[in-house]
Write a protein that binds this ligand. Structure first.
Ligand code: MN
Length: 493
């Protein structure tokens, strides 16, 4: 489903107290607002004005319908007038989709001459919002509150960002991840409770033997492999004489795509320790699939594979890249510290600053033939890195602001895709916090998705989220982790 086909239902709260004329005006204005939003192009998805609701029964019916409508990704409420909140309890209790309380009003200004008690009765968002907000707080509803004039840029940006978080929520509930092989032996942070992940996030994470992949590769026609090679030539510069090695990757990719399509999966992981029957670790094969929106995780890291796919879906239509990343090494020049990220092979070209080159080089680990891969440098820009870790019985999302910079070195002997960045608030503080929180070496780096979108997504999924930004201090962050740990233990009792 493309972004514009995804709907958010606009439900306006009122009551019978004001008479039919007021209700008609409210309904006409709400419908006008939805049309304006859709025509403005400022929101990624479509707003559908649904109803002006006056009773418990109407609200309950709409929330039920929202739960079962596949193309409805969330509900936005607004109180043009006063809407007594006891009648919202049943509906809110049933709602299983993301919810946003839009605190706005139809008119921007208070009209000096025109204002009288009739005007006040019709235009009392400030009054209605407080009643409506109370029931959200009282019921501990996971919700987003967006405040301001409905045509203003900050409101449209907040609403649009929240819609993208809801796209992540919807995608998460349907996501299938295929694991080719198991996790890398002995590694802790890439492990996790797959049943907990499915209960909490909806992910179906299943194993398929590498032997099945090899069998699928062998069953491909030469024409299928040719088609994949043609796509490589169209997208990238062939910078190698060893086209046979590249062709092997094309065969791996065509087979992986076939299996993922058959299973309806949007993410996959593999492990260089488990390549039985394969000549090369997938390099360009994984990179090119990521370029088309698939999530990938190395060393069997299904959590990062799922997060990559999900954040790519949230980012659709935005500028910037979203990719699987790994922290490798630092440049510790005082006050100018940077982190260098790459992977053995598998960095997504969505962040490439130039047209990537296809090269073939030996790989020190994995005991296979030299794999073909894409080589490029990352494009500069503000972004985030994100890691999801399993704390035992619950999940923690860690989000850190970073500044991706143009690499300060040309590194001629490092033939992989690479990206350099400065973590917030500075490398020493930021890294100390990241390590305190247990953040992994595998991350999703994005210069499209924002920290706010990930925080809102975590609220929707009901998981812990900590954010390391420009104002973070080690002292406050340590306390936050400690209090969160206690709170989440109580919450999950
Ligand atoms: Mn790795």
């Amino acid at each position: 489903m493309d972004m514009k086909a995804k709907e958010f239902w606009f439900v306006v709260g009122s009551q019978f107290l004001y008479g039919p004329e007021v209700l008609d005006t409210v309904a006409a204005r709400a419908s006008e607002m939805a049309d304006w939003w859709n025509q403005s192009g400022a929101l990624p998805c479509t707003v559908v004005y649904k109803a002006t609701v006056k009773t418990d029964g109407e609200i309950t019916a709409i929330m039920r319908e929202a739960n079962y409508a596949d193309n409805c990704l969330g509900v936005i409420t607004w109180c043009h007038t006063f809407s007594p909140s006891k009648m919202w309890i049943h509906g809110f209790d049933l709602l299983q989709k993301p919810y946003c309380h839009l605190a706005t009003q139809y008119n921007r200004k208070i009209p000096n001459e025109e204002i009288d008690m009739d005007f006040m009765n019709l235009n009392q968002a400030a009054h209605g919002d407080r009643e409506h907000g109370f029931i959200g707080a009282r019921m501990r509803l996971p919700r987003k509150i967006v405040v301001g004039y409905w045509q203003d840029k900050p409101v449209l940006e907040d609403l649009g960002a929240w819609m993208r978080s809801a796209v992540g929520f919807d995608f998460s509930r349907k996501l299938k991840v295929i694991r080719f092989g198991d996790n890398m032996r002995d590694v802790a942070v890439t492990e996790g409770d797959k049943v907990e992940a499915q209960i909490r996030l909806g992910w179906q994470v299943d194993y398929w033997p590498v032997g099945h992949l090899v069998e699928t590769m062998e069953a491909l026609t030469e024409a299928e492999v040719d088609a994949q090679m043609a796509q490589y030539r169209e997208r990238y510069d062939m910078d190698t004489d060893n086209e046979e090695a590249v062709r092997y990757q094309a065969r791996e990719e065509a087979a992986m795509r076939k299996i993922l399509a058959r299973e309806g999966a949007r993410a996959f992981s593999n492990n260089f320790q488990d390549l039985y029957g394969m000549d090369q670790l997938p390099g360009i094969a994984s990179q090119n699939m990521m370029a088309d929106g698939y999530g990938y995780g190395g060393e069997g890291d299904w959590k990062v594979a799922a997060m990559t796919a999900l954040m790519k879906e949230m980012a659709k239509g935005l500028e910037g890249g979203t990719l699987f990343m790994e922290d490798y090494t630092y440049d510790l020049e005082p006050d100018d510290e940077v982190s260098l990220g790459a992977h053995m092979l598998e960095v997504c070209p969505s962040i490439a600053a130039q047209r990537p080159k296809i090269q073939v080089h030996p790989l020190g680990i994995g005991d296979r033939q030299p794999p073909a891969r894409l080589v490029f440098e990352g494009k500069a820009g503000a972004g985030i890195v994100v890691s999801l870790v399993d704390m035992g019985g619950r999940l923690r999302l860690i989000v850190q602001d970073v500044q991706v910079i143009k690499p300060i070195l040309d590194m001629p002997n490092l033939p992989v895709a690479r990206v350099m960045w400065k973590p917030a608030p500075d490398l020493r503080t930021g890294l100390q916090c990241w390590i305190l929180a247990g953040g992994a070496h595998h991350t999703v780096l994005s210069t499209a998705v924002t920290a706010q979108m990930m925080k809102d997504w975590a609220v929707m999924m009901d998981i812990e989220c900590v954010h390391i930004g420009k104002d973070t201090t080690v002292e406050s962050f340590e306390k936050e982790l400690f209090y969160n740990d206690v709170a989440w233990k109580l919450k999950n009792l």
